[in-house]
Design a protein around this ligand. Structure first.
Ligand code: TXE
Length: 494
């Protein structure tokens, strides 16, 4: 692996950092990157450049077609550099390379979709406000957007935000995760290559201190954050100084609800994919299986055998299914969850320990794990584990399944497996989550808005709704002709 050194990208220039953060590859522990530790001063410079471009620059004033042309060029460049981008995310984040390649393909698709939204950005006209009145509802860019992204989908989550903000005419400051900044900086370079004016997109790397400075900055009008619920709460506090608009995509504890009338082969594949996709380090990870009692033992036997066959390995290996945890502290946290689950009465059906042996020894691996006999009182049922750990609980009927699924503080996504349309739709409507997958899992196109109920966040990403997060509405009420009568003030005409 090659060690990379990154600077900040501010006002179209690469800037040397004063201090750096070391990034070690999760698969091997090798030093792979030195990332700039941004401070309030760099955030200030970046916001100042974005502010200048928003207030006086060409980007917010360009036509939707002009903005779309730049975004479409960027999408082409992302495709052209897909191999490098995927490798950065796999090396720095530990995600299996096949998944990283999928992330980059989707990043390009999201960018093309956002280009289409730029081209058709429009407001409304009201012609029913009386004969002398025309009401215009203008849709305007919201201003300077701050984007704070996490480490689990570095390029993908960036592209759930950035092209939408730019499509709307916002100017942007991004603060990527200090653990996985490479692909964000590379993509910023692709925007410059595609002709985005200097200062419209700025990237300041660094840890939570740089994120906190961006969240608090009065020059930022709208902030879009993806990360933990705990940090989301801090972002709300920091953002209140200038009451900036917030969109927060936070933690989750999704359930895969499997009814006896599902296609069980299909459901088993879906449950395995949902639980172990991206090493389980995924906000929509389907970390809880709720299975109908009558098929539970037989279904669990299939899952256990399937989980044991998953290939745990180095992220760059083409056949790896499950890679390492993001860092050693997180490895310890995931193993601690398993230990607490056991202590509280869960039974380990498979896995349950650190992944070791061969080339796993230098990295932070966890065996794909299934904890059976999990009840709602246990911590593993309620807390986001964010690792390759699936919990199993049984239900008697649809009412109990819904009650169990909703009995957590989160509400990001759930899946329902049933071939009975009554069951599938009735349960979907009762689930308190922003997304429900039916007979599929972790599978939603960019047209569909994505976000959380309850402690999973506020606002939406992707779809028309995700675009609108980066816009403001302005009502312009126009009177034509001479007003008959007076304004209703004292009954006299001035
Ligand atoms: O997240 P943080 P962490 C969950 C998951 C994981 C846990 C901790 O359970 O185990 O969070 O991960 C920046 N003001 N998710 O500690 O802290 C930080 O630098 C502003 C779920 O890595 O939320 C990074 O860029 N920003 C999640 C980003 O916030 C701050 C994805 C996310 O980091 C900040 C990641 C502050 N005070 C973790 N402190 C999902 N929804 O998918 C940190 N940051």
């Amino acid at each position: 692996m090659t060690k990379r050194e990154y600077g900040h990208f501010i006002d179209g220039q690469w800037r040397e950092p004063h201090q750096v953060i070391e990034r070690h590859a999760p698969g091997t522990g090798e030093l792979v990157a030195l990332v700039g530790a941004g401070t309030g001063a760099e955030v200030d410079d970046a916001v100042r450049a974005a502010r200048r471009e928003f207030d006086r620059g060409p980007w917010p004033r360009a036509t939707g077609f002009e903005r779309a042309a730049v975004l479409n060029r960027v999408a082409g460049l992302i495709d052209a550099h897909a191999g490098d981008l995927a490798r950065l995310d796999a090396e720095e984040g530990g995600k299996p390379i096949r998944l990283a390649q999928g992330d980059i393909a989707t990043a390009a698709t999201l960018t093309r979709y956002a280009a289409g939204l730029a081209a058709q950005m429009h407001g409304l006209t009201y012609t029913n406000n009386g004969p002398d009145f025309t009401g215009l509802v203008l849709r305007e860019p919201a201003g300077v957007a701050g984007l704070i992204t996490p480490w689990n989908f570095p390029a993908l989550i960036l592209c759930q935000k950035l092209p939408f903000a730019l499509a709307a005419g916002c100017t942007v400051v991004v603060k990527p995760s200090e653990l996985t900044s490479g692909s964000t900086l590379r993509i910023a370079g692709l925007y410059a290559e595609a002709g985005l004016p200097a200062g419209v997109l700025n990237v300041v790397t660094g840890d939570g201190r740089a994120g906190a400075a961006l969240a608090a900055h009065h020059g930022v009008d709208v902030l879009s954050f993806t990360g933990s619920t705990a940090t989301g709460r801090k972002v709300i506090d920091a953002a209140k100084g200038n009451l900036k608009r917030l969109s927060l995509e936070l933690g989750g504890k999704a359930a895969n609800i499997v009814f006896a009338d599902a296609d069980l082969d299909d459901a088993a594949e879906g449950v395995i994919f949902g639980a172990y996709f991206n090493n389980g380090e995924c906000c929509v990870s389907q970390a809880r299986l709720l299975v109908e009692e009558s098929i539970a033992d037989e279904f669990l036997a299939v899952l256990t055998a399937r989980a044991a066959r998953l290939r745990v390995g180095q992220p760059l290996h083409p056949t790896t299914d499950v890679g390492p945890m993001i860092h050693s502290r997180h490895l310890a946290t995931v193993l601690d969850h398993v230990a607490r689950g056991r202590a509280q009465g869960a039974r380990v059906a498979v896995g349950g320990a650190r992944g070791t042996g061969g080339d796993l020894d230098g990295g932070w691996f966890v065996q794909p794990t299934i904890l059976d006999s999990v009840t709602p009182r246990m911590d593993v049922f309620r807390e986001e584990i964010f690792g390759p750990v699936l919990t199993v609980s049984r239900f008697r009927d649809a009412d109990e399944a819904v009650e169990l699924a909703n009995d957590v503080e989160y509400g990001l996504a759930n899946s329902v497996w049933s071939k009975n349309v009554d069951t599938a739709l009735t349960v979907s409507k009762q689930l308190r989550s922003g997304t429900v997958y039916v007979n599929t899992t972790i599978d939603a196109p960019p047209t569909m808005p994505f976000g959380g109920y309850k402690s999973s966040g506020v606002g939406r990403e992707m779809g028309q709704a995700g675009f609108e997060e980066f816009t403001e509405l302005k009502s312009v009420s126009i009177r034509t002709g001479k007003r008959s009568g007076s304004f209703p003030f004292g009954g006299e005409t001035l």
